[in-house]
Design a binder for this molecule. Structure first.
Ligand code: C5P
Length: 399
């Protein structure tokens, strides 16, 4: 019970997942937090205010112009009371309102009136999640330091399958109120690569891949929570740099290698999470290539293998690689572990569209020379925590 003095304002908007919010309130109060709930009008269609009042032990607010509620605790007072504001489930409509700063009901007004950090658990149909407007809103809100938890992939109330399910109450409670991590990596230097690399062809074109950087960024945060001194070497991604983490932005594999090597001398743990382009064009052209010919032939040369170079240093740090595979997961991962001389490799099956590149969730099987462990499907931040704890364990045993 670390959270006795933590005030959580839970905003519930009108999605089917609202029926899970009494359980969410219980999971938050079980950690010691005090929870007050604000419902939008449409949320009341999915969950009973009385149920939320009973589990939170506080009156539930809904109306900006409710004289009695305002007399008990005015909306500005409520906004100031909150240490964290969680909106779960957050509909596409509410996310759009938040993006544009509307204040036409109590919950949207509170979002503007609070200086507490805002966390959002989206829940919507997968097509609405993929809609360009929703995606643009998410980017804008992420740049304003709003944190997103999920959504999870899977079957939806409407029968569709895809991203848009609200994370389960226990996962949301653990993400919002994380168990204080013991500082197991205090004094240790950890370098992590993340995201794709971008290999230029001419001044306006490049080749790259779909890596979002989410897993590497989540690992950087998890290592920081364990007390490590973290350097994140990131390829081009749209994620904001994580707070309090030294983030070095690069484009190409060669730049990534240089940035990594400049940190590696006193580095204790190196985690290569980046999806480094295997090849680059042999000769970048200085002027834009014109489409004068019917065919264009480009010659590619192999990029340096950053992970392998680090692992083959005379006194290498503890090295961890990733293997994204579509078949023979174990065999290929073990092959890489040996060939690259790694201490550990985390393999994921990218043929499963529910996990991996660009998704909010991932599942990994981790291999080391004499063991393996399966980390089941989870939000990338929760999974990153589990993986970092495993890395720390193996690293400490090996020292
Ligand atoms: O051989 P493969 O590309 O599948 O290996 C994947 C692992 O190697 C990942 O950890 C990735 O970050 C790392 N890697 C690297 N430099 C490369 C290619 C891969 O660090 N050029």
């Amino acid at each position: 019970m670390h959270f006795e003095n933590t005030h959580i304002l839970l905003g519930v908007t009108g999605g089917i997942a609202a029926y899970k919010t009494p359980d969410l309130v219980r999971k938050l109060t079980a950690k010691g937090a005090t929870v007050r709930v604000v419902l939008t009008d449409s949320a009341k269609e999915f969950v009973s205010p009385l149920a939320l009042q009973a589990v939170s032990g506080h009156p539930v607010s809904n109306d900006l112009l409710d004289k009695d509620a305002e007399a008990a605790m005015g909306h500005i007072e409520l906004a100031k009371w909150a240490d964290k504001l969680l909106i779960a489930p957050a509909t596409a409509n509410f996310i759009a309102k938040l993006t544009h700063g509307l204040a036409d009901d109590l919950l949207s007004t509170l979002c503007l009136a609070t200086d507490a950090p805002i966390y959002i658990a989206p829940a919507m149909n997968q097509q609405m999640w993929h809609a360009k407007a929703t995606q643009a809103n998410l980017t804008t809100l992420s740049q304003r330091d709003v944190t997103f938890f999920g959504p999870a992939q899977g079957e939806q109330a409407c029968g569709d399958v895809g991203p848009g399910r609200m994370l389960e109450p226990q996962d949301l409670a653990d993400l919002l109120l994380p168990q204080k991590s013991p500082l197991l990596l205090k004094g240790q230097k950890v370098t992590i690569t993340a995201g794709p690399t971008r290999e230029e062809i001419d001044p306006v074109r490049y080749i790259s891949n779909h890596s979002s950087g989410k897993m590497g960024y989540a690992l950087a945060r998890a290592a920081k929570e364990l007390g490590a001194d973290v350097t994140l070497v990131s390829g081009p991604v749209t994620l904001p740099p994580p707070a309090d983490i030294n983030t070095v932005k690069v484009n190409s594999a060669k730049q990534m290698l240089d940035a990594v090597m400049s940190t590696i001398k006193d580095c204790n743990i190196f985690i290569a999470c980046a999806a480094v382009a295997d090849y680059r064009v042999q000769q970048k052209v200085d002027q834009k290539i014109k489409k004068s010919d019917d065919e264009l032939t480009l010659t590619f040369v192999k990029n340096p293998d950053i992970l392998k170079e680090v692992a083959h240093l005379s006194s290498p740090p503890f090295t961890v690689g990733f293997a994204a595979e579509t078949q023979n997961l174990k065999e290929y991962a073990l092959g890489k572990l040996q060939r690259k001389k790694l201490n550990m490799i985390a393999a994921n099956d990218v043929s499963d569209s529910k996990i991996g590149f660009n998704s909010e969730q991932n599942a990994l099987t981790v291999f080391w020379p004499k063991g393996e462990l399966k980390l089941e499907v989870a939000d990338k931040q929760l999974l990153a925590k589990k993986l970092m704890l495993l890395v720390e364990q193996r690293y400490t045993e090996q020292k």
